[in-house]
Design a protein around this ligand. Structure first.
Ligand code: ADP
Ligand code: MG
Length: 405
């Protein structure tokens, strides 16, 4: 189920030419937690339909002007997701059949029992919600699938690029050595020849161009390395990972989100290496950093995203991403790691980021915690088991706890 903070209201259209009945129907709609939109005839109902999407509609069959059935026909085309309930008088079986044939969700016979009508509206709303949820899940699956394919594609492209890049760089190495040697050899042969001097000068121009080429090639190498950290490896294997490199790669990837909102403050202390799938870990940091950036208003104020790495008291690898953004409302805190919990507009957030982060960190037997102060900022903290003695001097878990006991 989608857990959505401040969910959008569910509108129920009520079309009835009789004012007292209209008011009563509106009141019943409110009782089931939906928002009634009242219209006295089909024409004004159409106007409402231009502005709102209805989850459900209660349509009086007999109205002056365009009949309820005519309007139903139009509504089915204009808003096919809306579940329409036809309100019709006793003894009017033909019109009931006709309404169902036209795609009405259900019908209600007048005079109706309030409880029975309430029950039917609830059913109509429930079915509408399930359909919405189903459509959203399907869209999300398509998106997830697309991302997974993109990851595989990127991994393939990086692999393909790395091979030619390797020989470009090694040939550049060779030219770097060969060209100055060639210049020197020329000069030695004919030291006073002005033609040779000219050739040597041209050779220097060539060398400088080669330096530019090398810079470009090095840049491609860096980009390929960063993309590789995110691209899904078909083997999905765990390797020894340096958190600094992964965090730096995530920050680079998130640069477009961060650039105009905050400056990045790095505080990297000694931190043990961890055994992890680099791409997944990079995804965790990317999610945290993008969330931090999204929490910052573009108000021109001085904001910062702080990233910290250090060794915990038991030798564990600790990481922190904190921001000076909006903070999180206390009532949202228990839901943060639930799938589909989001306070963002659709298109901006899926509510899957933190859920995925937690699954990945749980899989590594680590922990993820959060502290937040509304209006002041948020800090996400990770703790990961270290792996062996690391290159940066931190002690592994076993040794640290043995020393402590
Ligand atoms: N750094 C943060 N500052 C404020 N709110 C945050 C932060 N990180 C997460 N949140 C809240 O947690 C919700 C869930 O985050 P997430 O799972 O990444 O989904 P999404 O970013 O797609 O909404 C966000 O919608 C937001 O309300
Ligand atoms: Mg997110």
């Amino acid at each position: 189920m989608r857990t959505k903070a401040n969910p959008a209201p569910e509108y129920v259209l009520v079309v009835d030419d009789e004012p007292s009945l209209r008011t009563l129907l509106g009141f019943i709609v409110q009782r089931v937690g939906a928002e009634p939109l009242l219209a006295h005839d089909a024409a004004s109902a159409r106007k409402l339909a231009e502005k709102h999407s209805f989850a459900c509609a209660l349509l009086d069959k007999n109205m002056p002007g365009e009949s309820g059935l005519e309007f139903l026909k139009w509504l089915r085309k204009a808003q096919p997701d809306c579940n329409a309930l036809m309100v019709t008088a006793y003894g009017n079986v033909d019109s009931v059949v006709e309404a169902l044939r036209l795609g009405a969700f259900d019908y209600v016979l007048k005079p109706f029992e309030v409880d029975a009508l309430e029950h039917r509206i609830k059913l109509a709303l429930e079915q509408w919600r399930m359909r919405q949820e189903h459509e959203r899940m399907q869209a999300m699956l398509v998106q997830a699938d697309r991302l997974a394919s993109l990851g595989l594609l990127a991994a393939g492209v990086v692999h393909e690029v790395n091979t030619p890049l390797a020989y470009i760089l090694s040939n550049l190495d060779w030219l770097d050595e060969e060209l100055p040697a060639l210049s020197e050899a020329l000069k030695r042969r004919e030291p006073a020849n002005p033609e040779v001097e000219k050739l040597a000068a041209r050779m220097q121009g060539v060398q400088s161009t080669l330096r530019d080429i090398r810079q470009g090639a090095e840049r491609v190498r860096h980009i390929a390395r960063d993309v590789k950290a995110f691209a899904r490896d078909s083997q999905d294997e765990s390797i020894l990972v340096d958190l600094r490199e992964v965090l730096d790669a995530a920050l680079k990837m998130a640069l477009v989100h961060i650039r105009y909102r905050a400056r990045v403050v790095r505080d990297y202390q000694d931190v043990p290496m961890v055994m992890a799938n680099e791409a997944r870990l990079a995804q965790v940091f990317l999610n945290l950093v993008v969330n931090a950036a999204q929490s910052l208003p573009e108000d021109g104020a001085e904001h910062a995203i702080r990233v910290r790495l250090w060794t915990g008291p038991n030798g564990e690898a600790c990481a922190e991403v904190s921001d000076t953004g909006t903070g999180i409302a206390p009532e949202h805190m228990p839901h943060l790691f639930e799938p589909f919990f989001t306070t963002k507009r659709s298109g901006e957030g899926t509510g899957l980021g933190l859920f995925i982060c937690k699954s990945i960190i749980d899989g590594m037997e680590g922990t993820i915690t959060v502290e937040s102060q509304p209006g002041a900022g948020t800090t996400f903290r990770l703790s990961l088991p270290p792996h062996g003695r690391d290159a940066h001097g931190a002690r592994p878990l076993e040794q640290a706890s043995a020393a402590a006991s």
